[in-house]
Unconditional design. Sequence first.
Length: 179
Amino acid sequence: MFWHVDALKRVIRLNAQRRNGENTPPFTLADFKVNRMAVVDVDEVPLVLVKGAGVHVPLEIRGLPVLTAPFAPVFEVHGLGDLSAQIELLKRLKRFTEPGLRTIQRPPFASDERLHHALIALDESLKGKTYRQIAITIFGEKKVAEEWHGHSQFLKDRTRRLVAKGTELMKGGYRDLLS
């Protein structure tokens, strides 16, 4: 399996520091209680894919010449545009270090329904339908008639998000579902 950090939408970037300014114990990649796959890119930067509980977190690690060596992680944030996604990735990464690793709790079939709706939204969008027409296809004429011009923008926003999710899946995001 080959992958490159630029091919991934979201990556945690960290610098491995030899000395920790605080008095916290050193960290190692073995502290993750899940599967880890590592490759070293052409620039000799380790890329580690941490996978567990149906979730994966890609790590780009700089400053760690030996992957088994202890280090103090210093996480990097590149821009504020995708900050919430970066925070979610960091939370997932932290869960991988917790004793008695817990799986992420989601209502059963909730993501399946969302993916189904996203694919319908994508299909309708590619046919040139408006957001309102897409919403009618997914949620029904009655619900759209009642909520489309109401105080809340929820239905409009949800439809936009579903089209965006469908487009993301089409452009390669489906690969995340395969891992």
